[in-house]
Design a protein around this ligand. Structure first.
Ligand code: GRF
Length: 239
């Protein structure tokens, strides 16, 4: 992508940042949408390399849809019920997103598995965020699984989506300590704080073309680990 600051693209007359072509992202949700909010907040900066072009929910009336509307982002509700099988729903999702010309999709608490029909439609990448250090504790109730297992650190993972449950190549992780006396809820909250840092950061890396996939390993141009408070992010926000 060209056109970053000093990238040789003519700026606006007001001396603001030069216009850049931002990656158009569809965000798929099923619930509260705090990660969606983090992406919307990041994209509110015109210098951020991605914009949320549409928010799609499989559940009507969820708070995530209100978050999108408040930012004037188009919303689509597509319940998963009544489809013959997963492929039929995948196809309907692709059709519903088509008018918004997204090259990338972010799953942000979207509670459906996606198959090849959907994934093939977005070769630019489909990202998901999961509240554990994968490959530990995939699937539902990741924080409960972590507490029951007795791990001393957990965290969150942003990964590329494949057809499995939380099995795709890992892009970024944040490590969060499990504290004595943690409940599922307190651990969830501390992990979510890091989710809200990690997801916009990872989308930025993808949109800037800084990710190179080699089998299961993803190489990140210019990204090293970074400590934020008690948490460790890898890669972190520093260049
Ligand atoms: C997050 O914990 C995310 O890791 C998981 O689902 C939750 C969604 O939360 N995939 P929110 O809707 O973004 O608040």
């Amino acid at each position: 992508m060209g056109g970053g600051p000093g990238g040789g693209v003519l700026g606006r007359a007001d001396g603001d940042r030069p216009p850049v072509s931002r990656t158009r992202v569809g965000v798929l949700v099923s619930g509260s949408g705090t990660n969606l909010q983090a992406l919307l907040d990041a994209a509110a900066d015109p210098g951020y390399p991605a914009e949320v072009a549409v928010v799609l929910s499989n559940v009507p009336g969820v708070p995530a849809l209100d978050r999108a509307r408040k930012r004037n982002v188009p919303t689509v509700v597509l319940p998963h019920t009544g489809f013959a099988d997963r492929t039929a729903y995948d196809r309907a999702l692709v059709e519903a997103l088509a008018p918004y010309r997204c090259s990338v999709v972010c799953l942000a608490g979207f509670m459906r598995l996606l198959g090849a029909t959907f994934l093939r439609a977005f070769p630019g990448g489909v990202l998901n965020i999961h509240p554990a250090l994968l490959p530990s504790f995939p699937g539902l109730h990741a924080q409960r699984q972590a507490l029951e297992h007795g791990v001393r650190v957990s965290g969150c993972t942003v990964h590329l989506v494949d057809e499995g449950t939380d099995t795709g190549p890992i892009v970024a992780q944040a490590v969060v300590p499990v504290l004595d006396g943690d409940s599922e809820d307190s651990l969830r909250q501390r992990i979510q704080e890091q989710e809200h840092r990690l997801y916009p950061l990872t989308l930025r890396l993808l949109a800037e073309g800084r990710l190179r996939v080699e089998g299961r390993r993803i190489h990140v141009a210019g990204g090293g680990p970074e400590t934020v408070g008690l948490a460790l992010l890898n890669p972190g926000p520093s260049e």
